[in-house]
Ligand binder design. Sequence first.
Ligand code: SAH
Ligand code: SF4
Length: 358
Amino acid sequence: MMIVGLGRDELRAVLAPLELDTPRVFRALWTGLYARGATSIEQLGLGKKVCEKLAGAVSLARPEMVREQVSSDGTRKWLLKLADGNLVETVYIPEEGRGAVCVSSQVGCTMRCSFCHTGTQPLVRNLTAAEIAAQVVLARDRLGDFVGGKRGNLVGSVVLMGMGEPLANFDAVVSAIAVMSDADGLAISRRRITLSTSGLVPQIDRLGSECPVSLAISLHATNDALRNELVPINTRFNLATLIDACRRYPATNARRILFEYVMLDGVNDSDAEARALVKLLAGLHAKVNLIPFNPWPGSRYGTSKPERIEAFARILVEAGYPSPVRTPRGRDIAAACGQLKSDSTRPQKAPRSLHADI
Ligand code: SAH
Ligand code: SF4
């Protein structure tokens, strides 16, 4: 079986029936996979007998990569084929110094935000923890970021901002974060892992107590009527409830909550709305990212004019929120926010109870 992405307990459960659950074999596999980027059993430095036994049962292969695209700005997008044939995307965003890997947590998304391409994908399933964590390993492979068997430093952070609503796949996401942040492995500290959510309030509280990573909230509107339309989960957890959850979230000055706000022409981009935003966030340790809307075929919104975004940003800057406009990256390869959508259109049973726990 493919083991990349498995957590410590899962890996032990694979080794136990082989009678290989020894500290030495475990450590060789764990650090091989996550710290050194080993792709074959021979690279683990284990004896011949152990290798033979392992070879019969496990594989260090990665999920199949069916397409790699490189943008003119250096952004990369990988289309991955999962064991069941479903497709998901992972994006690498180079930044000065180290870059960020943007990982997916679901195939498609059930939240159906009206401006988001992923939300239009008919086929939806949760990714497993291993499928989520493996995306970071694969990104490091493709970037050549396991230099000479060691961890390189091209990947400095992870953002859970790809396809899917991470908090609708809570357990798998938390397990995957444990793998990504493990100090003997991928070693990306929780502070440098940012989870973006459309606002599942009970799970925000759980995240804060069980796995306090950096939090990003897809806000997009300052009143319930508009947010109900843009982010339908708002009908369940309204703005006041969401902002209360943000106030409860463990944050420090160094780690403010990021509020994402997509700039939709004539919909949510007036000066009055900028002022309402300032008011809404009053007293919170917050920063704001204005995301120019990235159009997709058939989308019903337009991108706000640059002067409008500037004027909106100015009101935020004057209120103490610094440089908030997010430059769209990888637009030429449809890798920018909200453009991820693979062609998973196989017929399926209704996505049963994905939401049962919210
Ligand atoms: N589902 C999570 C994370 C993935 S989306 C969430 O919604 O937060 C990452 C960000 O891109 C979110 O803020 C989302 O609202 C935004 N987004 C979605 N579609 C977009 C589009 N077409 N243009 C710009 N941003 C978009
Ligand atoms: Fe899902 Fe996020 Fe897109 Fe909304 S914006 S449909 S929550 S991926």
